[in-house]
Design a protein around this ligand. Structure first.
Ligand SMILES: Nc1nc2c(ncn2[C@@H]2O[C@H](COP(=O)(O)OP(=O)(O)OP(=O)(O)O)[C@@H](O)[C@H]2O)c(=O)[nH]1
Length: 629
């Protein structure tokens, strides 16, 4: 038994040593290929990435549990089966006796994380466009294709899941031709799950993707495209060396901050960090250089050698928060812990915007800006998973523009939205709009159009994406207010199309709109944390729905409590909570005096945790119940 174990350990050690020795070789740029895998959500990116890592001997099948993807490292990614954060891995592949260094940058598939996708692509010369052969081209296949095309990447079309009986690779290849102008003969047919055809993907990467154009003798120029935080070593940055050679001990400087650093360690991701002596032009790897604050690692920054400045490369458009929400601790005494947790989490997720906020109802909290609602959900789950904090998140709000005669104010918190009385001073209120693409089988077109119209869609247009037999698919485009999408639009889209519709959107600027602030009153007193911004046409519906929900969740008091939705002084909806007397000592007679006292003590204790809204007492948990859906 012991002998077996010893032999297994030795095997792993020797394999690691062999591969680490291979990694320490210096790869010329002609032996490098930098690529990413782009696809619609669930089309199999992470599965293909794992298969490539296995085929190149970077990981061993035995090293990982069943169904666990190596590059999906966050707990929330494993639980939800989605990729949130782009990961990088380098592999060594031997072809016709020559060793190549393949750098794979895995990308997330969901619309909320499009920023990560375009960032990852900046370090690549090619992309595998992966399409599920049972589902065909979907909304995000189109958006990621266009991002890759704009960046001038070589695209290798790959049809996945051919092992499934429902796969129709020939039909989907024809779809690729009609949608993207791709020659069907260029499409590779694979099953990332079984590994069938994946060898050909490696061949295509070498044959079709050009090596990075890089000059080892030119001054050092490295693109910083991602960063993470390590408690002991500070900021770890991922860089793509565009020219020159980066070595341990080098003194480098940032074009953005002008700050100087010494390279303490560098290397490649294999898929964990493996230290090397240098990073050569064209390579992708990590550097540790005693950067203390993650704000110093500016995504899209150009690094150069101290004393030999270079022109900075065009950076990235900064991530733009599209959805804001207040985050409060369930127990208000926990605010310092919550703030610390948020701070630490934002070190690994730089796209979250953070400011402090305080509410009369919920106490001290933070206002956070997210890229979308899934991003918000994922952040909440990461907070709970990694930092063990329960949080109350207020209803999501998009950033509105309030245009006064002399200035424009951005409002991302309903409490700051002008009341109807203050509207005389306001010239215009504008809301963010997005251009939306939906792909759906034609039999659901009516349902989809109806759904879009009820969410205030304009400029609705549609055309056939492809016609194959009876299964024609439609591509539907329209302009919609972003606020309509951040609630339950996605769930409705999926349920009304039996799960067949796919959906994507992109920023389309701002548009004037007829909006107002809705407040909720408990016994005549407004509860700030519940305020909403609604379109005039939806006032009645939203007001009634929320009042009903509050009626269900708020515990009865010793007196009758009216629950009202109001816009200014106008009451839109009302429910009444009937009175209730909580007699905790009922049933305790005569000799039970001590127990009676204890019950009263307990009641006093729980009262301390109550929030007072005027005369109404609410446990903080009630807000959690009200706001969790
Ligand atoms: N039958 C079959 N299933 C596959 C194949 N490739 C992937 N899958 C399955 O499809 C599902 C989605 O695969 P993932 O690799 O997680 O997809 P993804 O594109 O990385 O998803 P995101 O990271 O969320 O964007 C998983 O259940 C996989 O097991 C394949 O070739 N055949």
């Amino acid at each position: 038994m012991l002998e077996c174990w010893r032999r297994a350990c030795l095997e792993v050690f020797q394999r690691n040593l062999r591969s680490h020795n291979a990694l320490r070789r210096e790869f010329s740029s002609s032996a490098c290929r930098n690529f990413s895998i782009i696809a619609h959500i669930d089309h199999g990116k992470s599965t293909l990435a794992d298969r490539l890592l296995e085929l190149t001997g970077t990981i061993d099948k035995k090293d990982r549990g069943l169904n666990q993807q190596v590059l999906d490292k966050l707990k929330v990614e494993r639980e939800r089966g989605i990729t949130v954060k782009a990961q990088t891995a380098s592999m060594i592949h031997t072809h016709e006796g020559r060793k190549y260094l393949l750098n794979l940058i895995d990308t997330p598939g969901h619309v909320d994380f499009a920023w990560e996708v375009s960032r990852s692509m900046a370090a690549c010369q090619g992309a595998l466009l992966l399409v599920d052969a049972t589902q065909g081209v979907q909304a995000q296949s189109i958006s990621v294709f266009h991002i890759a095309k704009e960046r001038g990447l070589t695209i290798i079309p790959v049809l996945n899941k051919i092992d499934l009986p429902a796969a129709q690779p020939e039909i989907i290849a024809a779809q690729m031709q009609s949608t993207f102008g791709i020659n069907p003969e260029d499409c590779l047919h694979i099953s990332a799950k079984s590994g069938k055809g994946v060898e050909k993907v490696l061949d295509a990467i070498l044959a079709r993707i050009p090596p990075p154009r890089a000059d080892a003798n030119a001054p050092l120029k490295a693109l910083l495209f991602d960063s993470s935080y390590d408690r002991y070593r500070g900021v770890i940055s991922l860089v793509n060396v565009q020219s020159g050679v980066l070595r341990k001990g080098d003194k480098i400087a940032s074009c953005h901050t002008r700050k100087k650093y010494d390279i303490i360690d560098l290397g490649i991701m294999h898929p964990e960090e493996v230290s090397t002596t240098s990073l050569r032009p064209g390579q992708v790897g990590y550097i540790a250089c005693n950067m203390k604050e993650s704000s110093e690692a500016h995504i899209g920054d150009t690094l150069h050698r101290v004393g030999s400045p270079v022109e900075s490369m065009p950076g990235f458009k900064p991530a733009k928060a599209m959805v804001y929400a207040g985050v409060f601790p369930v127990d208000s005494n926990d605010f310092p812990k919550l703030e610390e947790s948020i701070k630490r989490l934002t070190l690994t997720d730089r796209s979250v915007e953070v400011t402090r906020e305080s509410s009369t109802a919920l106490g001290q909290g933070c206002r956070l800006g997210f890229l979308g609602t899934l991003h918000m959900e994922v952040f909440r789950q990461r907070l709970e998973d990694e930092y063990n904090s329960s949080v109350i998140i207020t209803a999501p709000t998009v950033p509105y523009k309030v245009v006064y005669r002399d200035r424009t104010v951005m409002v991302s918190n309903p409490t700051d939205f002008p009341d109807p009385e203050a509207m005389i001073k306001v010239k215009d209120i504008q809301e963010p709009i997005v251009s939306t693409t939906i792909i759906v089988p034609q039999e659901y077109l009516g349902e989809m159009m109806d759904l879009c119209y009820t969410h205030r869609a304009e400029d609705l247009d549609h055309r056939y994406l492809d016609i194959s037999g009876d299964s024609a698919r439609i591509i539907l485009t329209c302009i919609m207010p972003l606020s309509e999408i951040v609630t339950d639009f996605f769930d409705k889209l999926k349920s009304r199309s039996s799960g067949f519709a796919s959906f994507d959107y992109e920023d389309a600027g701002y548009k004037a709109s007829n909006l107002s602030k809705m407040t909720f009153l408990l016994n005549g007193r407004p509860v700030d944390a519940l305020a909403l911004i609604v379109h005039r046409t939806a006032e009645q519906e939203v007001g009634r729905a929320w009042v009903k929900k509050l009626h269900k969740v708020i515990p009865r008091q010793l007196f009758e409590v009216p629950i009202q939705a109001a816009v200014g002084r106008r009451i839109i909806a009302r429910e009444t909570l009937s009175a209730y007397r909580a007699d905790v000592t009922a049933g305790l007679y005569g000799g039970h005096y001590e127990r009676k006292l204890k019950h009263l003590e307990n009641q006093k204790e729980s009262k301390k945790k109550m929030k007072k809204i005027g005369t109404v007492e609410l446990p903080q948990e009630a807000f959690y119940d009200i706001l969790k859906t």
